[in-house]
Design a binder for this molecule. Sequence first.
Ligand code: GLA
Length: 392
Amino acid sequence: MNAFAELEEKFAAHFGSYDQRAARFFAPGRVNLIGEYTDFNGGYVFPAAVSYGIWGLLRPNPGRVVRLRSTNDELAVDVSLDEPVSWRREDGWANYPKGIIRDLLAKGLALQGCDILYSGNLPAGAGLSSSAAMLVLTAYMLRTCFESRVIDLVTLAQTCRQVENEFIGVNCGIMDHFIIAKGRPDRALLLDCNTLEHDYIPFDLGKYRLVIMNTNKKRELTESKYNERRQQCDAAVAILSQHRPLQNLCQATLAEVETLLSDPVLRKRARHVVSENQRVLEAVAALQAGNTAAFGRLMTASHCSLRDDFAVSGPELDALVEYAWAAPGCIGARMTGAGFGGCAIALVDHQDLQAFMQQVQIGYQAVTGRSADFYPAIIAGGVKSEEAAYGS
Ligand code: GLA
């Protein structure tokens, strides 16, 4: 039995039956190759969508209720389209689709009752953007099924970010929603988060492979620490702007950061952001020139900056990345995403993959007492209606 058939069976188990009126969708997770904490500072990011993600089946029902279910969790949430939709702690992951439903209703979209089943294979809480995938998937499904206009994916990404900021309460930037909406197979995306201008860059690593490494460390304090970093960046902009008006931190120079920020913490935070922004452009140039080794060195420099200046890595991510640097075939590694646990990525010579994983695992286990997981990263496309090959 193929995996789609399995999902259809589960849909029937949840909702009493399955039939061909159910539409199938997929939204990927993402890795960020380089450009961390630059998005809300008006800078560049360089993410790619991956083949892991969340599938969704949606079938209209005759009522005025959206029934939300998942194969990954027991939670069952029903949302009435005729009552105000509000965030509730006990609704857990269903708050993401609820935020989208609320937004679409506020915009006057003629939503109808429907049954939705989600099923994901993104490792939970691993920093591969399962929450942004859930938002983008839900917005795309509902708009495809209940709106006749062509969907503008940039607007869709902006809306999802707004829902995450205002309904969920995480002050994140646009990167995750944008790449999940607009990713392309075998391409990484250079995005200017200030203007939303973007370019697709062929992701050709020659003999190297991109490996995702999961610390299996549950991310803790992520939201409060994330929002705190954001405030520190805003505080740095306020001080730097007394000297020269700036729209965002990425417009500052390193010389300004070093001379004008007397607070050592703000100086470090700003130094990371400004230097990281520069590294993104250098990394893209290296990739385009076929210089994978230089790309790897910039990834490593990015991790050091996130560890020492931005202070968002933590002992597990540092151990995993440091063992990766020392392991056979590795030419660069860094944490990816918000940090404080979750995943890192490494560039590894394909001939050394087994030895690499073995050596990193032994070192990581010895230091942290935890076991890491390794996944090959396949660069995939963005959100889509899925006609074929569930689980491929
Ligand atoms: C999370 C946020 C993004 C971005 C990264 C850090 O993934 O959702 O907007 O800020 O952290 O680069």
